[in-house]
Design a protein around this ligand. Structure first.
Ligand SMILES: O=C[C@H](O)[C@H](O)[C@H](O)COP(=O)(O)O
Length: 281
């Protein structure tokens, strides 16, 4: 009984933390004059939509909300917010801001995403926004990708290419990459909103430029030890890979358009505070 109460208490703490992060992020980054808002996927984004709804229709009725997949589409509709699609965003125009969760965030605001099988549309929406804001709970706050999230980097693949991609990943040093199975009771692989499969590819914790500068690591692929950027650049080039769950590259603040990294990551902490991580340069 004591164990089950502890598990329940932990689950409640995590939910409270997600909600705290989401409400603070919306307060800081959703300005009333904004008209185009990206809404990501996952359980933390539910609280983003709740926070937005609480602003009231006088504010939200002038806004259009762009989902990153079927889950966020349903969330937007259920909240009575105006649904719009990124495919309808005129060329050259941007969303004002996009909010999304993450599975892990490192010191440099690189992200692992796709734990819930959404990542491709998420990356398109994030890169379409002037500002991408990440919301998460304390479990996601990390220093190097792969230290907290042990399930591997989610990689969206064309199903017919999956065996070959698995072979490539092994060659690159991934430890036991696997095609993600469907939900319990459903035979076969999980199928994404885009009709693709997901491979989860574990790698040793991914290095940052500061690790290389420190001279202790080489960041090459020989022992499956990679920097975030080198691994991401190599993964995306594998034929059959549609998109990868590494959000990386230039800092959001340095590159207004096309950035995959957030301008800020909000973490609800276990003590009831919110920690905000922003780019250091
Ligand atoms: O595929 C799912 C998305 O990338 C989510 O944003 C990510 O997994 C975080 O989800 P949650 O907020 O449920 O932890």
């Amino acid at each position: 009984m004591a164990t089950s109460a502890t598990v329940e208490e932990q689950a409640k703490l995590v939910e409270t933390s997600k909600r705290l992060a989401a409400f603070q992020a919306v307060k800081d980054y959703l300005l009333p004059e904004y008209t185009r808002i990206g809404i990501g996927s996952g359980s933390t984004v539910v609280y983003v939509v709740e926070a937005i709804s609480e602003l009231g229709s006088a504010v939200t009725s002038k806004m259009a909300f762009y989902p990153t997949g079927s889950q966020s589409e349903e969330l937007i509709e259920a909240a009575g917010l105006n649904l719009q699609y990124i495919s309808k965003l005129p060329a050259g125009q941007q969303l004002d801001v996009a909010f999304d969760g993450a599975d892990e965030v490192d010191d440099d605001l690189n992200l692992i995403k796709g734990g819930g099988a959404c990542l491709w549309q998420e990356k398109i929406v994030a890169a379409s926004a002037k500002q991408f804001v990440c919301v998460a709970d304390f479990r996601k706050l990390s220093t190097r990708l792969g230290m907290a999230w042990k399930k591997g980097i989610p990689i969206e693949v064309l199903p017919m290419a999956a065996p070959r991609v698995l072979g490539e990943l092994q060659r690159m040093g991934s430890q036991n990459p696997r095609i993600r199975p469907g939900l319990p009771g459903k035979a076969g692989a999980i199928v994404t909103d885009n009709g693709m499969w997901i491979i989860d590819a574990p790698f040793p914790p991914l290095l940052l430029p500061k690790d290389i500068e420190a001279g202790s690591q080489t960041g090459n692929s020989t022992a499956g030890v990679w920097t975030v950027d080198a691994l991401a650049d190599a993964l995306i080039k594998i034929p059959g890979v549609a998109e990868i769950g590494l959000f990386y590259g230039k800092n959001g603040l340095q590159l207004a358009s096309g950035a995959q990294k957030p301008v800020a990551a909000y973490f609800g902490m276990a003590d009831g505070t919110v920690e905000v991580r922003t780019p250091s340069s």
